[in-house]
Design a protein around this ligand. Structure first.
Ligand SMILES: [Zn+2]
Ligand SMILES: [Zn+2]
Length: 143
């Protein structure tokens, strides 16, 4: 999601009514680098829009994912996170605080060395990282 107006237009085209609640969800997502969960967004929105339901937030996030405006991240097995940054990048999950960070560095895998008789044509891959963020790194020495 680069432009909020563009996202609004696409939502409308997909048949969804542009309520103030949905527009507020877009505003929370825009330029958001924290990879929020549906609950994070719901809690934030609830302060401004007390009548909003979790279902509205969840359904809007799912639709935005479906129309390609945001990415749904699944590296945290307990809950999905959402990312409005559609540019090519990887993610790292902190095992201590649960925060997700962007890894902008690009790298390649020796694709030709990965072979499977049952799956002869591999055309892509997806990599996530786990570890400790800078705030939690020192604490991890005790573990
Ligand atoms: Zn951390
Ligand atoms: Zn990201």
């Amino acid at each position: 999601m680069n432009d909020i107006e563009e996202a609004k237009k696409k939502l409308k085209e997909s048949g969804m009514k542009l309520t103030t609640q949905r527009i507020a969800i877009l505003q929370i997502l825009q330029h958001n680098k924290t990879h929020p969960t549906a609950m994070d967004i719901y809690r934030k929105l609830k302060l401004r829009q007390p009548t909003v339901s979790f279902t509205t937030v969840y359904n809007t996030l799912e639709l935005l994912t479906h129309i390609g405006e945001i990415k749904k991240l699944t590296l945290d097995f307990e809950r999905a996170h959402y990312d409005p940054d559609m540019s090519q990048h990887h993610h790292a999950l902190c095992l201590k605080c649960g925060a997700i960070f962007d890894i902008q560095q690009s790298f390649s895998l020796p694709m030709e060395s990965i072979t499977s008789e049952a799956f002869p044509r591999i055309v892509g891959f997806h990599v996530d990282f786990w570890g400790f963020c800078s705030a939690c790194r020192d604490a991890s020495h005790d573990a």
